[in-house]
Design a protein around this ligand. Structure first.
Ligand SMILES: [Mg+2]
Length: 327
């Protein structure tokens, strides 16, 4: 058996060969074991497909445990699916490894499968090769015909919402960079936000037919919200004081809070818009999906993003989205 057959052993599970994935009737008719996977969509549904690549040093630090890395590699893909209101079904893993490291593979596959099982996702195929550590996952999910949440539907006077809290992952990164120091317990909490993000799949599904637009916050709130604004041809007013943050981040200096909240990235929360008359329906969707949501601003006709402080003063911020090609 070759060394990369050994890798396959960590990822080929009996359940991945064939299995039904739920009440809507879509099926992974054939997963790992042939030249292609064979997937059958549920009647009246559309496939959503997204892919995300993680490169060491760029998207994760070498200090992350293999188990958490396996979790995060799938979580960032699930987050994209969540942003579109999709129900996850199948994923595909392409993995380049410098050498066959069974400790790494055992932890990585454990983290990946634990999250996959929690969301009913089947690993239906993939590829492995020798090379610098590089993880690529493609995910497929489904949504009832025409119900995908898109970036393009925000309308003037819509409320602007965000789930969870923002900025902890960036705060953890600053600790790793040595620009901030935190006591051990607080560091572990923000490190967990960075390494173990929980994709908002249930919220995304609950927002179908309710949110007018949505995106997940992967590159920072300001940058990701900017995608909604441009695609929708609108602008927004954001209230800095209303941005949800952990007690740990809330105790940091104001400028650091702003940096983490607005441009931090790696949050994997959902930012979305909905008509103001649907506030109670949004709160019901949040409750049904056990996900906290907060109203953080409003959509306006004037293009661009305006951030106002507690006194209503517009902040002059050189807002910048996290750029993967800048160090
Ligand atoms: Mg995204």
């Amino acid at each position: 058996m070759g060394e990369f057959d050994l890798i396959a052993r960590y990822f080929a599970r009996a359940g991945a060969v064939s299995g039904s994935s739920g009440s809507t009737g879509s099926t992974v008719a054939l997963g790992i074991g042939d030249d292609c996977a064979v997937l059958t969509p549920a009647p009246g549904h559309q496939w959503l497909v997204s892919t995300d690549m993680l490169v060491e040093g760029r998207h994760f630090l070498s200090t992350v445990s293999p188990r958490r890395l396996g979790h995060k590699a799938l979580a960032v893909n699930l987050s994209d699916l969540a942003a579109c209101g999709g129900t996850p079904r199948a994923c595909f893993l392409s993995l380049a490894l410098p050498r066959v490291d069974e400790t790494f593979l055992a932890g990585f596959s454990e983290g990946l499968f634990s999250l996959a099982d929690a969301h009913g996702v089947v690993l239906a195929g993939g590829d492995t090769t020798a090379g610098p550590l590089n993880i690529n996952i493609t995910i497929m999910g489904e949504v009832p015909q025409g119900q995908a949440l898109l970036r393009s539907g925000a309308r003037v006077d819509d409320d602007l919402w965000v789930s969870g809290t923002l900025g902890d992952a960036r705060l953890a990164l600053e600790v790793f960079r040595g620009t901030v120091s935190l006591p051990g317990e607080a560091f572990e909490a923000v490190r967990q936000a960075m390494e173990l993000p929980q994709p908002r799949v249930a919220l995304g599904r609950a927002l179908r037919g309710l949110a007018t637009s949505a995106i997940d916050v992967s590159d920072g709130l300001a940058g990701d919200l900017g995608h909604i604004l441009r695609r929708s041809g609108v602008g927004a007013r954001l209230h800095l004081a209303d941005l949800p943050r952990s007690a740990i981040l809330g105790a940091m200096p104001e400028d650091l809070q702003r940096l983490c909240l607005l441009t931090g990235g790696d949050d994997y929360e959902l930012v979305f818009t909905a008509p103001a008359q649907d506030r109670s329906r949004v709160m019901e969707a949040a409750q049904a999906s056990a996900t906290p949501v907060y109203r953080i601003g409003r959509i306006e006709s004037q293009p661009g993003l305006r951030v106002v402080d507690g006194e209503g003063r517009e902040l002059d911020l050189a807002l910048q989205s996290f750029d993967h090609f800048k160090s």
